[in-house]
Design a protein around this ligand. Structure first.
Ligand code: ADE
Length: 254
């Protein structure tokens, strides 16, 4: 996958390029992240990228021209349109499905705005406007890093085990199950016996139940939308039975 990011602060992206899973993906050439300094697409000797907004009193706005110059150059070099993402507080809210959709593109371009944003006319060359939440950040760089970090997890080979992506929160509409590591007893808090049992069938169904319960308790909005398969319905019945067995008073009350 080829990613190009247009920014006036390209060095900010060292944060994702130099560490961990993404660094390894870059080293393995699973992805290429190319930082483009928007100043390189300006025409004047001071490399100005922003001017005061029309209408007065509303701060600086990034010029449309450098973005169009980059876009036109890309078109003539590659012979096809790039897929352009505009991080913006006005976009659709980013989620796992959008991350997956973006991960399926061979080439992705991110246009990072600063100040009051980019001249509205840039919207004519963007494919999708995405917000990472209902709050305003000082620029599109951090949202772009969030999106790149999340979408790259779907590229085969980026995350060591395919199962860790498939079991992740949101992948199948549920939250991830709990995770534990050594020691088995930490300050009297014990790892559930089943995880030490070596019985993979039991471990699997324990984790699925844990995932169902966590989603019901922490994100009922997700659970309501989830279409349960037969096994999940059976597990839910088991959860309810286990709860009833632990607390018979529940029935005595009604
Ligand atoms: N730029 C500024 N705030 C943003 C947000 N919440 N999401 C995406 N881009 C932004």
């Amino acid at each position: 996958m080829e990613i190009k990011v247009l920014s006036i602060f390209p060095d900010m992206f060292d944060i994702i390029k130099k560490y961990g899973v993404i660094k390894r993906a870059l080293d393995k050439n699973l992805v290429n992240i190319d930082l483009v300094n928007i100043r390189d697409y300006t025409r004047d000797k001071h490399k100005v990228t922003d001017k005061p907004g029309y209408g007065g009193n509303n701060g600086m706005v990034m010029l449309a021209e450098p973005f169009y110059r980059f876009y036109d150059e890309y078109l003539s070099l590659k012979g096809h349109k790039p897929y352009v993402v505009l991080p913006s507080p006005q976009g659709s809210i980013f989620n796992n499905d959008i991350a997956f959709e973006l991960s399926q593109k061979e080439e992705l371009i991110f246009f990072c705005g600063r100040y009051e944003g980019i001249d509205e006319r840039v919207k004519n060359i963007i494919d999708i406007e995405i917000s990472i939440g209902d709050y305003v950040l000082t620029g599109g760089e951090i949202p772009t890093m969030v999106m790149i970090d999340s979408l790259l997890r779907f590229i085969p080979g980026v995350v060591g085990k395919k199962e860790s992506v498939e079991n992740d929160s949101f992948f199948n509409g549920l939250l991830d199950h709990s995770h534990y590591t050594k020691p088995a007893d930490f300050k009297g808090m014990k790892v559930p016996d089943v995880l030490l049992s070596g019985d993979h069938g039991k471990i699997e169904s324990y984790r699925k139940k844990d995932s169902l319960l966590k989603t019901i308790i922490k994100r009922p909005d997700l659970f309501i939308k989830k279409e349960l398969d037969f096994e999940e319905k059976e597990l839910l019945v088991e959860i309810i039975k286990e709860m009833i067995n632990k607390n018979t008073k529940y029935f005595e009350r009604s």
